[in-house]
Design a protein around this ligand. Sequence first.
Ligand code: SF4
Length: 240
Amino acid sequence: MAHQSLPPEQIAQAFRILSSEMPGRVPGAMGPKRQPNPFRSCISCMLSAQSRDANTATATKALFRLARTPRTMLNLSEEDVKTAIKPCGLYNLKAKNIHNFCHALLDDFDGVVPNTRTELMQLPGIGRKCADIVLQFAFAIDTIAVDTHVHRVCNRTGIARGTTAEKTAAALEKTAPSWAFREGHFWLIQFGKKVCLARAPKCATCPLQHLCQKRAEETASGTSLSKKRTSGKAEPSSAN
Ligand code: SF4
């Protein structure tokens, strides 16, 4: 398995191809992540863990009908919060995270959501992915948030390498060309959902196949991801 990422000119070429093949930052692609209010963006992101976009949007709307600020949210009963956010699942844990997040936001930042990754990640419930989403969608600071799709595509192709989404995000920050930061998040997610699927990637028709490190390894060894899937040999989780 290749452990080095692609050379810079090939990474730029991969992003150029993705930019022409994928829709990018269109309104329909943004879903519940498009939150201009930083507080709402943080809450929406916390609610999105292991939840479909539609359910996250329903839960966020229901919760913000009850309270719109950290202080008023802390005045809600635990049961009210859980009932409002139930559609997005894991509501016990998420209600606790919201409570802790609101407390820390009031205690440490006077109730104002900070606009740096380091400060955002000091808040309970906010990891690197949420911090990057809030930076991009609420503060218009271009950055490529890495979710499971982006992590998988980056590691398979060699655009960036990391054993966790957080490490891939750190690597991607160094390898991606600056012009790709505004829309790269969308291109990579869309590509991961439409072409480089987790279980059955469409390698034969993939526009990145001539650059992809995974494809090169498989060609050299005479195996294929789809064959491995059907024979039950799963890929390491870092590349999923
Ligand atoms: S060639 Fe296959 S593994 Fe590589 S990026 Fe394309 S779909 Fe993904």
